[in-house]
Structure formats: C-alpha cells, structure tokens
Design a binder for this molecule. Structure first.
Ligand code: IMP
Ligand code: MG
Length: 201
C-alpha cells in the first residue's frame, strides 16, 4: 500500500511557523462571499480591479475567479507598492511600478489589498490616484485582512475578509523578507522564523 506523507508547508520552513491562523478553505469561502458582495454592488458596471503587488496576488486571483463565476465584468490593473522592512512598517510608501493613470478615467476602482495594518499604504496611494487621475468615478478598498490595532487604521475598507489580532502573519501571498508567500494557508510567524536569515533559502 502506498503511504503519502502529508505536509502542509514546504519542509524547509520547519520551525518558522508558530500557529495556523486561517486555513485555505476558510480563506476561499470568505473570498467567494466578498466576490458576491462586490457583484451585488457593481452588477451592470465594470470596475477596475487593481491588484496591490505583491502580497495581494493569490487573493486577487481567487477573487477574480469568483467574480467570473458570478459573471461580474471587470478590468484589471496592477500596482506595486511597498512600505515594510522585516516586521515593521517604514511609514514611507514606495511605488515601484505604476500603470497608466489615464486608464482609470471615469472608472469605478476597487483596490485589492492583502492586509490593512497601520493604513499608511492606502492612505498615501488613494490621494496620489485622485491627484493624478481626478476623473476617477469612485475608489473602494477590498482587503483580505485587517489588523485590530490599539490605534485603528486611518483607512476604511468597504470589503474586508477577516479582522485579525495584531500578530505578524505570513502565507497566501504575505511575506517576511520575501519568504513564505508560497504557503497555502495564513500562519503566525515564529521567533525562529523572524530570526532566520532569508538569504540562505
Ligand atoms: P500598512 O501600510 O501599515 O497598512 O501596511 C500594509 C502593508 O504592509 C501590507 O500590504 C503588507 O504588505 C504589509 N504587512 C502589514 N502587516 C503584515 C503582516 O502581518 N505580515 C506581512 N505583511 C504585512
Ligand atoms: Mg500589501
């Protein structure tokens, strides 16, 4: 008889994960629910779904997939933004690649983000979009996660997948120094994971 060894993360991550926070099935069910809400609000319209790279990538893919199931029309754009070094925000948002702002003219825009932590990223991105493309019709945020912090984020997302406690989490697109985006589920990183030299993997 064949015996399959089941591991729910790549073996080289052994010891780097503290606890499982959200299982993939739970994530996917919630992503579908978010797509249903978006469909109810945008039926008959074609919003521009803007993926905030890189963290939102798996969420974006599954969200678009669910929107297609609902026969909801959309356009796609990608924006690369970063504000984190290690486990803390630098408070400074870097744009390392931007699409043509003209493409947003007269459009309903939905910014698809992995997580709202301090809210710094989106509170800087939105005014820049509005300034560079004043004729945007509307801007809403769809974030998979939102952290519950003592000082609530300055930014309000219309669509939020999960409200989570304030831990540094990894997986399903979320990284720590570029590692762990390839985990299927969302985990809390361990102390050993934080101390690990990411250059060696
Ligand atoms: P904010 O600007 O403080 O809201 O942070 C937003 C960005 O920081 C997110 O889009 C993530 O890329 C990153 N981030 C914040 N918290 C975490 C975390 O717990 N794990 C991984 N990345 C995070
Ligand atoms: Mg992000």
């Amino acid at each position: 008889m064949l015996c399959f060894q089941t591991s729910i993360y790549p073996p080289e991550y052994e010891g780097h994960l503290d606890s499982l926070m959200i299982k993939r099935d739970t994530i996917l069910a919630r992503v579908r629910a978010l797509a249903s809400m978006i469909h109810q609000d945008y039926e008959g319209r074609r919003p521009v779904m803007v993926c905030i790279l890189k963290g939102a990538c798996p969420f974006y893919q599954h969200l678009l997939d669910a929107l297609m199931d609902f026969r909801q029309g959309f356009l796609t754009e990608f924006l690369r933004v970063s504000s984190y070094e290690g486990t803390s925000t630098t408070g400074k948002v870097k744009f390392s690649g931007v699409f043509n702002m003209e493409d947003l003219k007269g459009r309903d825009v939905i910014l698809v983000e992995d997580i709202i932590d301090t809210g710094t990223t989106l509170s800087e991105v939105i005014p820049i979009l509005r300034e560079q493309c004043p004729s945007i019709k509307s801007i809403e945020i769809c974030s998979l996660l939102s952290k519950r912090l003592p000082n609530p984020a300055k930014i309000e997302a219309k669509y939020v997948g999960f409200s989570i406690p304030n831990h540094f989490i990894i997986g399903y697109g979320l990284d720590y120094n570029e590692l762990y985006r390839d985990l299927k589920d969302i985990w809390v990183i361990s102390k050993a994971g934080i101390e690990f030299d990411s250059g060696t993997l």
